[in-house]
Design a binder for this molecule. Structure first.
Ligand code: GLN
Length: 487
């Protein structure tokens, strides 16, 4: 049963040495062995090195040497972050044999703190998607309903935590890829302020939007994991040159007189009734806890999805130009390729990328091309500024904004695969914060009539992760939603 506990419950047991990290790690792998055939959360498992790392953590704890709050806790890593000598595929045929020779900065930080790496999790190909169905390997199933998607693109990371196949995990969020799967899997997921966590060693999708963050069983674990991974990194030119606050100090504080805005543009037609009821119930709860609730308007919200689908594919088309079969990754072979450089490029990209990735590359190349740049890309950047200014104005008056994370609970596998536009709309509430670079969390706020989890999103001002965690923790501690289990 150890694997069902949170990191903070386990940390106590590890420090008192009632449980060893090795025992815990073995228990998690045993559980993975029983459940992952069904769920499909992992692409690669690294059991041998994990056991070594767990033994080393046990030694650290025994010798009371460099013990941090998460030392000895097993964690799963989304398969778009480089771990030295471990396959890093981005769930793409293009990288299906790529073994990075270095660690991402977050990986080094996790190792310095003594966390144990379980393996790499499934995702949408190159993090493009909202359901983990664009993975070239397999689909991942939602642990609450195995006919439903787990969300995406960090679907494997979310499903692993929700099914107790990992105690913690990390994912990346470009337009919602941490928060939306967290919401669909009934767990906590946070996208920090852009620049808070180093992106060095994260395979780039859209560099002005990408951010790494935690997926956890509760808010305490989220704060602890954020503390480990955040901080300035000279290897990432967009990394914030500022010290991270002590996130844990924001927990267990009351939220009396905290001003919370409810953006009216997030309660639109088409939003699922159960989601609307659950979020409105959560807002009442926050009011009971002493927060001051008021409606606010973010008038440019309706342009966010369209803006994102110009900017993200434009950046993706530039970032993905590096996959040409020359330096690393997949390389086409055979007729029309040998002794023909252009043919080799073309066939490599034709065979190596899946349909969604190709769609993004084509969209991005088109909007950046001469004659279209001003009409699409430049215009989108201007609208992006308007969206950011809406938030700037709101945060002059409010501490936190509260919204649903996703307009619906998890949908069925296959339901939206033939309709990219419907798929894109699943991130309608998460995309604006990426465009603005703001931090936001998703945490459980109830189950719908079919027993599927729904998420509450709390958005904070720049660098205000602490306040987000404070409000999230107060809400969580006054409810039982985080205690419901998928399996
Ligand atoms: N679903 C969005 C997309 O497909 C966001 C993905 C992400 O955040 N990585 O682009």
């Amino acid at each position: 049963m150890k694997h069902t506990l949170t990191a903070h419950e386990l940390t106590k047991l590890l420090i008192s040495r009632d449980v060893s990290s090795e025992e815990l790690t073995r228990a998690v792998y045993e559980h993975i062995g029983k459940t992952d055939k069904q769920i499909g959360a992992y692409i690669t498992l690294t059991k041998d090195t994990a056991i070594e790392q767990a033994k080393e953590a046990d030694k650290r704890i025994k010798e009371k040497r460099g013990v941090a709050p998460l030392t000895g806790i097993p964690i799963a890593i989304k398969d778009n972050m480089c771990v030295k000598d471990v396959l890093c595929t981005c769930a793409s045929k293009m990288l299906n044999d790529f073994v990075p020779p270095y660690n991402a900065t977050v990986i080094n930080k996790l190792r310095e703190n003594g966390l144990v790496f379980l393996g790499k999790t499934n995702m949408d190909e190159f993090a493009m998607g909202s359901s983990t169905e664009t993975s070239c390997f397999k689909i991942t199933r939602n642990p609450w309903d195995t006919n439903a998607i787990p969300g995406g693109s960090s679907g494997g990371s979310a499903a692993a935590v929700a099914s107790d196949q990992a105690i913690l995990s990390i994912g990346s969020d470009t337009g919602g890829s941490i928060r939306q799967p967290a919401s669909h899997c009934g767990i906590v997921g946070m996208k920090p302020t852009y620049g808070r966590v180093s992106r060095y060693g994260l395979v780039a999708f859209a560099s002005s939007l990408d951010q790494i963050g935690p997926l956890t069983k509760d808010v305490w674990d989220c704060a602890a994991l954020l503390e480990v991974i955040s901080g300035y990194d000279p290897l990432d030119s967009t990394s914030l040159r500022m010290d991270s606050p002590d996130y844990m100090s924001f927990l267990n504080k009351d939220i009396k007189n905290i001003k919370i805005g409810v953006p009216k543009e997030y309660f639109i037609e088409g939003i699922d009734k159960d989601v609307e009821l659950a979020v409105k119930g959560a807002i009442k709860k926050l009011e009971k806890l002493g927060a001051i609730i008021e409606e606010v308007s973010l008038p440019h919200t309706e342009y966010a999805v369209a803006t994102y689908y110009i900017i993200a594919p434009a950046e993706a088309s530039a970032n993905l130009a590096r996959y040409d079969g020359v330096k690393y990754g997949y390389r086409a072979k055979g007729e029309g390729v040998d002794n023909d450089l252009l043919g080799m490029y073309e066939n490599t990209r034709k065979e190596g990328f899946g349909a969604e990735v190709k769609r993004r590359i084509m969209l991005g190349t088109h909007t950046l091309s001469s004659g279209y740049y001003d009409a699409y890309y430049l215009k989108a950047q201007k609208v992006r500024t308007l969206i950011k200014q809406d938030f700037d104005k709101a945060f002059k008056k409010f501490d936190i904004l509260v919204t649903p994370t996703s307009p619906t609970p998890a949908f069925k596998i296959g339901e939206k695969t033939d309709d990219p536009l419907q798929m894109y709309l699943s991130d309608i509430f998460t995309i604006p914060t990426n465009l603005a670079g703001l931090p936001a969390i998703s945490l459980p706020c109830g189950l719908n009539k079919n027993g599927l989890p729904m998420g509450l999103q709390l958005i904070g001002d720049y660098f205000d992760e602490g306040k987000i965690l404070q409000v999230a923790h107060a809400f969580e501690q006054s409810t039982d939603f985080h205690r419901s289990k998928a399996i």
